[in-house]
Design a protein around this ligand. Structure first.
Ligand code: SAH
Length: 247
């Protein structure tokens, strides 16, 4: 059996109970070493074979998993956060489907939500933005033209930008061109829920300076939107959910 498992955002105890149990039963574990906290491997049995996929290509990853599967071993493919976001699981699923091999899929806590907990913020604001855009800047991976930062920024919703800390200067410019005021609220969350987590509240204009000052080039989500300001959650605008007149 092969199980894809979301490792959570970093902290060892932010994996699901199911994910932890799958790790403890696995005889072979292939984990994304660049982002998964190695402390999670403490849940593995002492004789489990462990592979770090960060130095492996898709073919190598698949060949380790397929070989173990054919030997009747239990395999866990451990992905950071929740595998459904930028996890590149689709291509692995496809190859397993072609081989008619069944696999399980255990979700995880995305770093998106790890970051919300670090920020202590709600992405959706009563009386304000009711949408969260999850996106990335174009890098080696292309982004469809209609999903460029500038165009998405025009919605003025809450925004979470993954995989883009290394391009933060351009990101800041595009957010402003898209319509976020230069002084509108922004934040950088680096290594959410890890011991060396950093949370930086700033403005859209000052994102690049803050990233530079704090030495952040990767493993961060960059946020923009009014949900970051304290005023967004004012006395006057309360959720209907807890309104005493709402039944
Ligand atoms: N599937 C993962 C995302 C993988 S893409 C998830 O659900 O979290 C890798 C990107 O995720 C990084 O470039 C960064 O933008 C973000 N990321 C992963 N872990 C993070 C963490 N602990 N804190 C902040 N951002 C993180």
């Amino acid at each position: 059996m092969i199980d894809f498992v979301g490792a959570g955002p970093g902290a060892k105890d932010l994996i699901t109970v199911r994910g932890m149990e799958l790790i403890s039963k696995a005889q072979v574990i292939v984990y994304t070493g660049s982002l998964v906290n190695p402390e999670l491997l403490a849940y593995a049995s002492n004789d489990a074979e462990i592979y770090d996929s960060s130095g492996m290509d898709l073919k190598e990853i698949m060949s380790v998993m397929l070989k173990a599967h054919r030997e009747g071993k239990r395999v866990v493919r451990l992905h950071t956060g929740d595998p459904a976001l930028y996890g590149a699981i689709g291509e692995q699923f496809k190859l397993l489907d072609e081989e008619h091999i069944e696999y399980g899929y255990c979700p995880g806590v995305s770093s998106l939500f790890g970051a919300a907990s670090a920020l202590k913020k709600e992405f959706t604001v009563p009386g304000g933005s009711q949408s969260l855009i999850i996106t990335r800047m174009e890098g080696r991976t292309e982004v469809p033209e209609s999903e460029g930062i500038r165009s998405l920024a025009s919605h003025h919703s809450s925004m979470a930008v993954f995989l883009s800390a290394g391009m933060i200067k351009k990101l800041s410019k595009e957010l402003i061109k898209g319509g976020y005021g230069p002084d509108s609220p922004a934040a950088i969350v680096y290594k959410a829920t890890w011991d060396d987590e950093k949370v930086i509240y700033t403005t859209v204009k000052e994102l690049p300076e803050e990233a530079e000052k704090n030495g952040i080039k990767r493993t961060a989500i960059i946020f923009a939107g009014d949900f970051l300001s304290d005023e967004a959650f004012s006395e006057n605008v309360r959720s209907k959910l807890y309104d005493p007149d709402f039944h």
